[in-house]
Write a protein that binds this ligand. Sequence first.
Ligand SMILES: Nc1nc2c(ncn2[C@@H]2O[C@H](COP(=O)(O)OP(=O)(O)OP(=O)(O)O)[C@@H](O)[C@H]2O)c(=O)[nH]1
Ligand SMILES: [Mg+2]
Length: 292
Amino acid sequence: MHKAGFVNIVGNPNAGKSTLMNQLVGERLSIITSKAQTTRHRIMGIVNGENFQIIYSDTPGILKPKYKLQEGMMQFVGSALADADVLLFVVDLTDDELPDEHAFNKIKNAQVPVFVVLNKTDAVKEERVNERSEFWKKELPSGIQFRLSALKGDYLDKLLEAIINTLPEHPAYYPKDELTDKPERFFVAEIVREKILELYSQEIPYAVEVVVEDFKESETIIKIRAIIFCERETQKGILLGHQGKAIKKMGTAARLAMETFLQKKVFLDLHIKVDKQWRSSERELKRFGYLQ
Ligand SMILES: Nc1nc2c(ncn2[C@@H]2O[C@H](COP(=O)(O)OP(=O)(O)OP(=O)(O)O)[C@@H](O)[C@H]2O)c(=O)[nH]1
Ligand SMILES: [Mg+2]
């Protein structure tokens, strides 16, 4: 007998969805930062066994869209809510925020098993875990709860066991040597965005999109040319920094992370372009892959 299915990870921004997926897949596929709205796409991570295939999907944090980019992000969440065999609903034990009502109703009414992952046990006292556990039992009576720390990788084994037990009988959906649905270029662009999220404050990371225009691999080195799009000239100035120091620092951090990810030497060529209001432009969002 072979089991296979889609295990889709949803929850509020910053709950630890990407941290959990990376732990379950054992690879650093999704970028992780302390800022909310780090993940903007649906990213698949595939775990293969002889008799099973788990297709995890990491998704953007649930929010009420304020501009078109966020509408696109929420469409990725919608697709993950629609095609799941198992839903992993990740909640942050350090936070009391309920998800946006519309999405939360879909989770409550899901026709598939919902695993409520009480995440960040390392950051709170046991009393607090018990109290939140009661709270979520009331909110989601049919949810099956798991307490864990995605960051420390503690208590993941019980969750994994339950996932495999719950998977439907089905042949593999993807070739057994496949790790993800996204190309290397995607992950490289995400690494640049991760460093921008880490090194710049406030609105800059949210106004930025990264596109890899060129990815040329030779025997010894990979040459990558990436464009950073921002919305205004002033943002371009901040990204560059005094005498280009800020972008140089960011570029070095991104290159080092790429070399670890790709296991090869990288030459990284970064350019900044202003693309006015790209976050609200349907045409630009289609071009960047957020809207169909
Ligand atoms: N203490 C603690 N922190 C955690 C845990 N899991 C995740 N974090 C931290 O929470 C922050 C957000 O983690 P992410 O994995 O990026 O969260 P996310 O849900 O993917 O966030 P978005 O993509 O923005 O929706 C990061 O600073 C993580 O290090 C955990 O188990 N314990
Ligand atoms: Mg994320």
